[in-house]
Design a binder for this molecule. Structure first.
Ligand code: UDP
Ligand code: MG
Length: 316
């Protein structure tokens, strides 16, 4: 019998967990060919999340948990989950039931056929989400797909099921700044996409503030493209060319007509513009440097405070 490990990152989700557990169990009961294992990752929740998980684990031996020493973010939670997953197939699901559990059966069938290594899901719409958030999300996907070699699908969820082999490949990318949407795409393999209508969460509220999403998008861009550095260099060359034209113009004007000591305000404007662009380019450089700095420290991606499971896979 195949074993499916369901990884569930949880951050302050005490209300959502029971509903999630019940819904996935209902689906699991219908899938006779596979047994399930749950890996709840408590990402430093401040509410009773860990107690709710332990309560479930005490009654169901299929339920494993890993509890972090603080909040490390969903990316770290998914990484930890994969390290502790012992199944032949590994699924990642949000606990808020925005990822329809019914799709698990379809994903499993597709993987079992051997044709695919991963069955991923994407939302076809963003119904129920704030308009402004959808707008920025769209812009982000357009931008990153223009400047990155790795193709990152708009509306792609982290909700997916994949083979053990692909899980190992993902774990082998043990970078500290993790942008999973990019990592999933980067490792390749045959991926099938399932589409579904957006759903609203069953309980609790989204953990992503606008600022958190903004920082996450910078992680994505810096992690999967060096194009901003090229653009900075290009802007430098462009301004050099413009300056050359300006210098020649001023020399010629001075020689032909003389008296070029006017234009104080335009000089200041140009000065401000150029120093602004310089700072902007240094800022871009700084972003890459900052990420490199964090990477070379080689800090662990997460710290597990307690768990009832054995680590089965090891990131490199
Ligand atoms: N999550 C997490 N750590 C965090 C933030 C979120 O483990 O720091 C989990 C959260 O509990 C949920 C999933 O990631 O299971 C998705 O979070 P959320 O529903 O808030 O994101 P959204 O669906 O709004 O993008
Ligand atoms: Mg959600």
């Amino acid at each position: 019998m195949d074993k499916i490990s369901v990884i569930v990152p949880c951050y302050n989700e005490q209300e959502a967990i029971p509903a999630f557990y019940k819904a996935v169990n209902d689906t699991a009961a219908k899938m006779s060919g596979a047994e399930f294992e749950y890996i709840f990752v408590n990402d430093g929740s401040k509410d009773k999340t860990i107690d709710v998980i332990k309560e479930i684990a005490s009654k169901d031996s299929r339920v494993k948990y890993v509890s972090f020493s603080r909040n490390f973010g969903k990316e770290s939670a998914m990484y930890a989950g994969m390290e502790y997953a012992s199944g032949d197939y590994v699924a990642i699901m949000d606990v808020d039931l925005q990822d329809p559990p019914e799709l698990l059966a379809e994903m499993y069938d597709d993987l079992k056929s051997g044709e695919y290594d991963c069955v991923a899901s994407r939302r076809v719409n963003r119904k129920g989400e704030a308009k402004i958030r959808s707008f920025f999300a769209r812009c982000f996907y357009k931008l990153i797909n223009k400047i990155s070699q790795t193709e990152i699908a708009d509306g792609a969820r982290d909700f997916r099921m994949m083979t053990h082999q692909m899980t190992q490949s993902i774990l082998s990318l043990c970078e500290y700044n993790r942008f999973s949407k990019g990592i999933f795409a980067w490792v390749g393999y045959n991926v099938k996409w399932l589409e579904f209508e957006n759903r609203e969460r069953v309980a609790g509220e989204t953990k992503w503030s606008f600022w958190k999403l903004f920082k996450y998008s910078i992680d994505g861009i810096v992690g999967f493209s060096t194009m901003p550095l090229t653009i900075a260099a290009f802007v430098g060359v462009l301004f050099f060319a413009i300056a050359m034209v300006g210098i020649i113009f001023i020399i010629v004007r001075q020689l032909v007509w003389g008296g070029s000591a006017y234009g104080w305000s335009s000089t200041i404007c140009i000065l401000l513009l150029i120093s602004g662009i310089q700072l902007f380019c240094i800022g871009i450089l700084g972003q890459y440097l900052a990420k490199t700095y964090m990477e070379v420290k080689r800090r662990p991606i997460y710290i597990a405070k307690e768990t009832n499971a054995e680590k089965t896979n090891q990131g490199e």
